[in-house]
Design a binder for this molecule. Structure first.
Ligand SMILES: Nc1ncnc2c1ncn2[C@@H]1O[C@H](COP(=O)(O)OP(=O)(O)O)[C@@H](O)[C@H]1O
Ligand SMILES: [Mg+2]
Length: 360
């Protein structure tokens, strides 16, 4: 595994390796206290056909941290398949096991049991065969603020014997070519994070693995990262990104896996998953909500009052009928919109509300 070190992209990824030494990771599952029974959570909602062109596979991966009583089960039989192309989101609350899963994939830690494969190579034994095709950012990038962005990248590139062309290409891909000669100290947080991603792009990788790249950024910075990841996928790379920011994931991911307590509880194309979250409904803003509720209920519609608005459980095509029924009672609508289920609705409908760490 030590052989893999130089080729893992960032300095901090190296730090991660040192922190989690192999000797700390060879745990036997039977030395741990038994996990909670699995029956309390929904299991494995798979929406859509299984992808055939898998570039990442995790099969039955478990990971225990610590061997004494109080050891922690971070991955609990995780199964995950990531197809080639697009942006794949690994979603879940803090503590769900996202970082642990990505570390196992990148060979930074060894799973207690199970198999991780990236581009056909086993992450625990022969990742070196494919490591040049993978770029990763697992922690906040370690950048020298007094140096320019270009210089920071050049130093990292030198470790991997990558020339100036590679540095320029990575800067361009991360949208930093024009600011490359400015000191990193003058960069916004979003730009620093993009420089970290540029470092992960130095080898022009086909697979880019990013752990919560938008963490701690303001909305503008988050949007910068989102645009960058979508652009990387448009260049033909496969982007795997973990996030607890569900609204962001909804905007940028083609496919997602939802993790909860170390397991994958749902996976599929994002729009198909949302379609399973329910049909949505029609939201109606109106001055006399109670009178309107009675009028619609009398017509057989399923209607509730939520935050002063009516929520009518019906397809969007019933909107005209709703306005007609209300107008007949001289009740006039001042707002009407379709209530689309969000990834957040889906997520909370699927995962246990407590016991798996902090809320997103
Ligand atoms: N080095 C570690 N030692 C002990 N427990 C850890 C370590 N890293 C993570 N954990 C625990 O493993 C679980 C999963 O953590 P993590 O993979 O970081 O989740 P996420 O990235 O989804 O927030 C959490 O309960 C966390 O506290
Ligand atoms: Mg994490």
């Amino acid at each position: 595994m030590i052989v893999l070190l130089p080729v893992l992209v960032l300095g901090l990824a190296l730090v991660s390796w040192r922190v989690v030494r192999p000797s700390m990771t060879r745990r036997q599952p039977q030395t741990h206290i038994a996990p909670e029974p699995r029956t309390t959570r929904p299991v494995g909602l798979v929406v859509g056909p299984m992808p055939k062109n898998a570039i990442i596979e995790m099969v039955g991966v478990t990971k225990w941290y610590g061997r004494e009583e109080g050891g922690r089960l971070a991955l609990d039989g995780l199964d995950l398949v990531v197809p080639s192309g697009g942006v794949f989101g690994v979603l879940g609350r803090n503590g769900a096991g996202k970082t642990t899963a990505l570390r196992c994939l990148l060979g930074l830690i060894r799973p207690t049991s199970g198999v991780c494969r990236v581009l056909g190579a086993d992450s625990s034994s022969d990742l070196h065969r494919v490591i040049n095709r993978i770029g990763a950012l697992i922690e906040t990038p370690g950048l020298a603020p007094s140096l320019t962005g270009r210089r920071n990248l050049a130093l990292l590139a030198r470790l991997d014997r990558i020339g100036a062309d590679g540095v320029e290409r990575a800067l361009r891909s991360a949208g930093l070519a024009e600011r490359g000669d400015d000191q990193v100290a003058t960069y916004s947080l979003g730009m620093r994070q993009r420089l970290g991603i540029a470092a992960a792009l130095l080898r022009d990788p086909e697979v880019v693995v990013l752990d919560e790249p938008a963490n701690g950024l303001d909305p503008a910075g988050i949007a910068e990262i989102r645009r960058l990841l979508v652009a990387l996928a448009a260049e033909g790379r496969t982007v795997i990104v973990s996030s607890h920011l569900l609204d962001e994931a909804e905007k940028m991911c083609d496919r997602v896996a939802v993790m909860d307590a170390g397991r994958c509880v749902a996976v599929g194309p994002i729009h198909d998953l949302l379609a399973t979250a329910g049909a949505g409904g029609v939201l109606v803003g109106i001055a006399d909500a109670e009178a309107a509720r009675l009028a619609l209920a009398a017509a057989g519609l399923n209607v509730t009052i939520v935050d002063g608005r009516l929520r009518v459980g019906c397809p969007a095509s019933d909107a005209a009928r709703i306005t007609e029924l209300l107008a007949a009672e001289r009740l006039f609508v001042n707002e009407l919109r379709f209530d689309t289920p969000t990834l957040e609705d889906f997520f909370f409908g699927l995962t246990a509300p407590a016991g798996t760490g902090a809320l997103p």
